[in-house]
Design a protein around this ligand. Structure first.
Ligand code: SAM
Ligand code: SF4
Length: 476
């Protein structure tokens, strides 16, 4: 078992990165890997118990290159995904509020020294306009994103932005869950963030490889590897128990990154009794003014990307996996089945990019692979027999962190998720969908109902009736 924790190191009462990351253990695991078919198959059999995998198992799967074994890995990932998530797929959109940044991440268009970027921080009125646009499309979940340089009011700006998002109505809908992806905070600030009613606090380590991290983050607060890798500890100390972590794939060897990411998760589980709620798997995309982004040092092929998703699905079966519109529609279609549980749709990556076609500044953070509207994405996924879900019930009912895992592990969460997915999809189809998407969506709901447990189906039918009568925000 390679997740033996180096004893937590405390310096001035702050946990340090070397209590989280054990590079020697990763190197040992990767050295031992050999792609032996018997070993691979034994890990695949174990994966079907839905108990997750340890580092040695993960290293065995990472080494698979033989096409037949790879297919078996994908098949097992499909099985696990189906058993835990069924056909549900949660949808959201990013909301960029500011592209001002004092950091110098060499892969990002928002980096401080990029003079080609016109800077913009949305006013609260502009934020409300963006939210109005997104809610009129049918979105119920957003992810607030910002660079690390706030206007004179500092972190208060983020809190005001959050309040504005929740207070904005657009058409028949409103945002019901706002996740945030902003730079690391101190514990007191995290407490304020928690109080503001956010869903998940998301932060990507970008790379867990300290040397690479230093190279690609030459200046600014973000240059401090330790401050970043310990951010989730501070968030959890502040009472935020839904956290989302991730790696920016393309900066360093993805094999190392997966094992390091797992160490981060085990550290959180060990310290706080619950790991992360979601894992994001962004791949480096071309960004204006960033040579590195156009020529990644460790490019990840489409096949390896699928392998990453499949291995993570088996390693942490109950943890959500998020895929963004960085990826093309074709790859997104393939990867859904392998383990992705949340996708963004209809996204723009510049502040003001929704209500003002090209964004206030005309520049996004990076280029997108999927430019389809929310309606087109929903039409596509229902035809693929997935059920797009706008459900926000767990967070609003307090089923978060450990409480969520206690329901998820024995498979009980499905009895909530399926009816909630059905009622939120029905709301979407009634209020926002094009006629073609509506037709395809109604057929998908019928299919889902016929495959549900009797009690869940009965509950779903009652909820559907309420939605058809005009009631909104019906959830269990
Ligand atoms: N500024 C904060 C930070 O860096 O943590 C939060 C938001 S940042 C705008 C969101 C994420 O965008 C980063 O964590 C990084 O992984 C991702 N990103 C930056 N440049 C990218 C690129 N060229 N391609 C894909 N993702 C990128
Ligand atoms: Fe700033 Fe985040 Fe972009 Fe880095 S990734 S330059 S911190 S916005």
């Amino acid at each position: 078992m390679l997740y033996t924790h180096t004893l937590a190191v405390h310096t001035n009462n702050k946990k340090t990165g070397n209590a989280i990351l054990n590079q020697a253990a990763i190197a040992t695991a990767l050295e031992r890997t050999h792609g032996d078919p018997a070993a691979v198959r034994s890990v695949l059999v174990k994966s079907r118990d839905l108990q997750g995998l340890d580092a040695e198992d993960i290293a065995v799967l990472i080494s698979v290159t033989d096409p037949d074994l790879l297919n078996e890995l994908f098949e097992t990932a499909r099985f696990v995904k189906e058993r835990i998530y069924g056909r549900r797929l949660v949808l959201f959109a990013p909301l960029y509020v500011s592209n001002r940044c004092s950091n110098e991440c060499l892969y990002c268009a928002f980096r401080a020294a990029n003079t080609a970027m016109q800077r913009c921080t949305l006013s609260l009125t502009e934020i409300a306009r963006e939210v109005g646009y997104l809610t009129r499309q049918g979105h119920k979940r957003l992810l607030l994103v910002a660079g690390e340089a706030y206007p004179p009011e500092g972190f208060r700006y983020i809190l005001d932005a959050i309040e504005t998002v929740y207070a904005t109505n657009g058409g028949p809908g409103q945002i019901r869950r706002l996740n945030v992806n902003i730079a690391p905070l101190e514990v007191d600030e995290f407490k304020l963030l928690k109080k503001s009613g956010i869903g998940t606090y998301q932060l990507f380590q970008e790379t867990y490889h300290p040397e690479t991290y230093r190279t690609v983050h030459p200046s600014g607060k973000k240059a401090d590897f330790n401050r970043r890798i310990t951010a989730m500890d501070r968030a959890m100390q502040a009472g935020i128990n839904d956290v989302g972590i991730g790696v920016l794939f393309g900066l360093y060897d993805w094999r190392f990154e997966i094992l390091a990411l797992m160490q981060h998760i085990r550290h959180l589980e060990h310290t706080f009794g619950v790991g992360c709620h979601t894992i994001s798997v962004p791949r480096l995309e071309a960004a204006n003014g960033s040579g590195l982004s156009c020529n990644p040092s460790y490019p990840v092929s489409d096949n390896d990307f699928k392998k990453i998703v499949a291995v993570l699905r088996l390693a942490v079966p109950y943890t959500g996996i998020i895929m963004s519109t960085r990826e093309s529609p074709e790859l997104r279609r393939d990867t859904l089945a392998l383990g992705v549980s949340q996708i963004s749709a209809g996204s723009r990556t510049s502040p003001g990019g929704y209500s003002n076609e090209n964004g206030v500044n005309g520049n996004g953070q990076f280029s997108l692979g999927d430019h389809r509207s929310l309606d087109e994405v929903i039409g596509d996924v229902v035809r693929l027999n997935y059920i797009p879900s706008f459900c926000t019930a767990c967070y609003r009912r307090g089923r978060t962190g450990r409480d969520f895992m206690d329901l998820a592990r024995p498979g009980l969460i499905k009895d909530y998720c399926d009816p909630n997915a059905v009622s939120t999809l029905a709301e979407y189809l009634n209020d926002y969908a094009s006629p073609e998407t509506r037709r395809a969506g109604e057929q998908a709901i019928s299919r889902l109902l016929s495959g549900m447990h009797e009690s869940a189906a009965a509950r779903a039918v009652k909820m559907l009736e309420q939605v058809q009568k005009g009631k909104r925000d019906v959830y269990t």
